[in-house]
Design a protein around this ligand. Structure first.
Ligand code: SF4
Length: 369
């Protein structure tokens, strides 16, 4: 089979997965109160309550909480003591405090309206990547995938290989049904919670059993493909400006890309820059403007150019050696200068985030919301 045939066979398998999973979900999904609404307030509340709490325990508290605070404005106006009292029995009270803080922010700064995208929702206190994607897809139909423990398990078993970190998000995104993203996300989680359970999955009743590579608990060595190796190069152009943090040049991946569609990354270079290239000469001329240029220029004065940074990165079955070069982008390059202070609000690829952390343009995970 040539690569084109393999690609189209993969696309058919993914489409069958979507169709079969959604048909099963339409028929078998548990009826839960937050599944009968598209009100972002109610969906947000359920997502926060479901963090670290079982569905059965959440249902009773959910109704009572909504009886006391039927709208986000009512919640915003409530005293903290009343909110904590309504939360009583669910535990992890930090969630309730964050919920209250977010309600105040929505009421005060957004006239009671929720941001409608995952990116916008991330600014709310207590809303991380998973919760933002869940609310955006379920309440607003944004085609953005969620990843939780259930989704991770289903993905690995369906694909028949272990995944790690950003790979989960990339594969979930590739598999997502873009016409029904909210239902698809809930169906993935439902399948993981009720059929594809951690121990003894019920494969005989699974709606995607004919497409699944594992059909059972996955052993570490099951179907692990051989890793391929590749070298890639990226241009890093960072400039100080009047703001405290400066700005960095990034490009956005195509909206219809199979992986990481619409996410931002550093511009990729076809080849490493040559020592006599215009870029390097221009870089040397501009040296001294920032700590990054100073560091790079000192290397340029050595025996020959070397990458600013080299790191390893794995995506699915490919191990990349990534070389990052400090070169200025050309004036007509397609992309955008992004202020460093805005980087936490845009969707960066895992690799771009890794590079920007390594060169200390953005903070490590402990300082990210
Ligand atoms: S066939 Fe079994 S292992 Fe595969 S997704 Fe279904 S329940 Fe999970």
């Amino acid at each position: 089979m040539n690569s084109q045939e393999a690609k189209s066979q993969g696309a058919v398998r993914e489409q069958n997965f979507r169709t079969q999973l959604l048909a099963w979900y339409d028929e078998h999904a548990r009826r839960l109160p937050w599944r009968e609404t598209h009100d972002p307030y109610r969906i947000w509340l359920s997502e926060i309550m479901l963090q670290q709490t079982r569905v059965a325990a959440v249902i009773a508290h959910y109704h009572e909480f909504l009886r006391r605070f039927p709208t986000v404005q009512k919640l915003a106006r409530a005293r903290e003591a009343s909110v904590l009292a309504a939360w009583s029995g669910l535990g992890y009270y930090r969630r309730a405090r964050m919920l209250h803080a977010a309600a105040k922010l929505i009421a005060r700064e957004r006239d009671g309206k929720f941001p409608q995208t995952a990116e916008g929702l991330r600014v709310l206190p207590g809303v991380g990547r998973y919760t933002a994607a869940a609310i955006a897809s379920i309440a607003f139909g944004e085609p953005v995938a969620v990843v939780d423990g259930n989704v991770e398990r289903v993905l690995q078993r369906f694909l028949g290989r272990p995944l790690a970190g950003e790979e989960f998000w990339q594969e979930a995104e590739a598999l997502l049904d873009r016409a029904r993203p909210g239902d698809f996300n809930q169906a993935m989680m439902e399948l993981g919670a009720t059929v594809c359970t951690p121990r003894a999955p019920a494969c005989l009743t699974c709606p995607v059993v004919d497409l699944c590579a594992t059909r059972g608990e996955m052993t570490r060595t099951a179907n692990e493909p051989r890793q391929k190796k590749r070298q890639i190069h990226y241009a890093l152009d960072y400039r100080a400006d009047h703001s405290r943090d400066g700005k960095v040049f990034l490009v956005q991946r195509p909206r219809d890309a199979r992986l990481m569609a619409g996410m931002w990354e550093l511009p990729e270079l076809a080849n490493p820059p040559r020592p006599d290239s215009l870029s390097f000469r221009r870089l040397a001329k501009r040296a001294g403007g920032t700590r990054f240029f100073a560091a790079t220029t000192s290397r340029l004065q050595g025996p020959g150019p070397s990458p600013y940074l080299t790191l390893k990165h794995s995506i699915t079955i490919t191990d990349y050696t990534v070389q990052v070069w400090r070169v200025p982008v050309l004036p007509h390059a397609t992309g955008k200068w992004i202020p460093v202070k805005s980087l936490s609000r845009i969707a960066l690829t895992g690799l771009a985030r890794k590079i920007l952390r390594k060169v200390e343009i953005i903070a490590g995970p402990d300082r990210q919301v």
